[in-house]
Design a protein around this ligand. Structure first.
Ligand code: MV4
Length: 525
């Protein structure tokens, strides 16, 4: 059973099909026409659209699993993926939760507890406190020791919610009060702690696989520094820093393996690190105890199907891959295509997809939950498609991403495609010089407006041409017989119209810049 929706539900169904495993989907009323519902072997209605009445209904999901004879539940990401209580319920119902056990989830869900455990095990953590802030005096002392700027983080949180940077004593005392309020409402746990703030870090994470016997391997890293408000937008592998320091992957990878072993981790997971370019140091941040959105980036450079591995691990098989068999080949990148308006503060864009044409060709992978004629419901995450490209090197990967973004047609809603086009043409991005402040530092959002207008002009021009050459339904010409001379007047007129529009050279989609050819072809541009 897949206790999730959208592209990730489909991703899991695909892995099951390849392994010959039957699938059960559960869906909300708002998802009755979703792609994953059609692709599953059977599908069961959970309830109304809001997640609290559908995808978060733990008892109902377990009940359907029992009724259908599902042997395991894959939670995808979000919803119940990191809910220790749900993991326990599965264990009690005799259903295999495809992910880490409740105990590991609990240990890693408590960020402060995880810091203490990892420090004891000799894992490099960001300098700072091992206990929650008690009072102002205690807070000021910890901050003084770590040195400003510091960061206040909720102990129950993760993913950036409620975190604040403080550059002085006054800022710190304010931030603590605010963070405690936020943490109490977001995680029903008011405790916060203090860490040294690492300036302009890179966000690099290690993908791991762990079997039930306790064997753990790492599948290399992903760099996820291109984020907006703690929402990742672009991920890639290898991290550009690995090209400069080839031993860094091994050091970070072996650290992640140790983290997994210390936590008693099982199944697929991700160990997050901050990397400081200034001192070439990395620090353990947290473990994401689930399959992540960006896992296909690693699949493209390792050739390993992570979801199939998850299913094999859950069924009790030992790891089929040894660490020395893991090879990183070429470069891969993911652009998250969110249904959001990049010109209007990225507000979600919902409604009918009126036109949808996916890119293809060499090195392109599209993991999509949508299609032409589908209506995006208002209840869920705005991620609708993951566009990935692979190349022999980073430049080829970027060139393919530019091409794929140019080919992609999604109409009826707004998407962040113009944002990605701007990044793929940014000089610093092309050089691999990125960090978590990239979007602000490079003024990306200001450039998106121009890109949007260019895309819109191209779309209008294309629509105009199509409206003139596409026959209206009532005057559709009859298909001429093979070999017969075309005499039908309407067909002749249509052919003439097409020829005339081709000759009138309708506007072409502008060619993305950034790639320089050295030889003769240069003049063609
Ligand atoms: C940090 C940090 C710098 N210093 N901690 C954000 C998400 C969560 N997993 C950890 N995060 C961070 N923790 C210290 N001590 C930087 C981040 C961070 C970040 C901060 C601001 C803006 C974007 C960011 C993207 C990734 C990580």
């Amino acid at each position: 059973m897949i206790a999730n929706r959208g592209e990730i539900a489909l991703r899991v169904i695909r892995a099951c099909k390849e392994l010959g495993v039957k699938t059960v989907a559960v869906y909300s009323e708002a998802d009755a026409n979703a792609k994953f519902v059609y692709y599953a072997d059977e599908a069961h209605l959970l309830g109304p659209g809001p997640a609290t009445q559908s995808y978060l209904k733990m008892e109902k999901i377990i009940e359907i699993a029992k009724k259908t004879g599902a042997e395991g539940i894959h939670p995808g990401y979000g919803f119940l993926a990191q809910n220790a209580k749900f993991v326990r319920m599965c264990e009690e119902a005799g259903i295999e939760f495809i992910g880490p056990k409740a105990k590991a989830q609990e240990l890693l869900g408590d960020k402060l507890g995880a810091r203490r455990t990892m420090k004891k095990a000799g894992i490099p953590i960001v300098p700072g406190a091992l206990d929650a802030v008690q009072d102002d005096k205690d807070a000021l002392q910890v901050a003084e020791e770590a040195g400003y700027p510091v960061m206040v983080k909720p102990a129950g949180g993760g993913g950036g919610i409620g975190m604040q940077v403080c550059r002085s004593k006054d800022e710190l005392l304010e931030a603590i009060k605010k963070a405690q309020r936020l943490a109490a409402s977001a995680f029903s746990r008011a405790e916060v702690y203090i860490e040294k703030y690492v300036e302009k870090p890179r966000h690099i994470e290690i993908q791991i696989l762990a079997d039930k016997k306790g064997d753990v391997i790492y599948l290399g890293e992903r760099e996820c520094s291109i984020q907006r408000r703690h929402q990742k937008l672009i991920e890639e592998a290898p991290s550009p820093v690995m090209y400069e320091d080839p031993d860094l992957r091994r050091r970070m990878g072996e650290t992640a393996v140790k983290v997994a072993k210390v936590a008693g981790y099982e199944n697929a997971g991700t160990c997050e690190f901050l990397y400081s370019e200034k001192d070439h140091a990395f620090y353990f941040l947290e473990v994401n105890s689930r399959l992540q959105v960006e896992h296909p980036v690693t699949e493209l450079v390792t050739g390993i199907d992570i979801v199939k591995e998850q299913l094999k691990i859950a069924s009790g098989e030992p790891l089929s891959i040894k660490q020395e068999d893991v090879q990183i080949r070429g470069h891969a990148m993911e652009c998250r295509i969110n249904a959001e308006d990049p010109l209007n503060n990225f507000v979600p864009s919902i409604g009918l997809i009126t036109n949808y044409i996916e890119p293809g060709g060499p090195g392109v992978r599209v993991d999509s939950g949508i299609y032409a004629g589908y209506t995006i419901p208002p209840f869920y995450d705005s991620l609708v498609v993951k566009l990935l490209t692979w190349g022999n090197d980073r430049n080829e990967c970027i060139a393919r991403m530019r091409r794929a973004l140019d080919e992609f047609v999604i109409e009826g809603i707004q998407t962040v495609i113009p944002f990605h086009k701007v990044v793929m043409n940014d000089e610093e991005f092309i050089k691999g010089r990125i960090n978590t402040e990239f979007i602000q530092d490079r003024n990306i959002l200001e450039k998106v407006k121009l890109q949007f207008e260019q895309d819109e002009a191209w779309r209008k021009s294309r629509a105009n041409v199509l409206s003139k050459i596409q026959p209206k339904a009532e005057e559709a010409p009859q298909q001429p017989q093979a070999g017969a001379a075309v005499t039908d007047k309407k067909t002749v007129a249509l052919a003439a119209a097409i020829a005339s529009y081709i000759q009138s050279k309708p506007m072409r989609q502008p060619v993305s810049s950034g790639w320089v050819l050295s030889g003769r072809l240069r003049s063609a541009r």
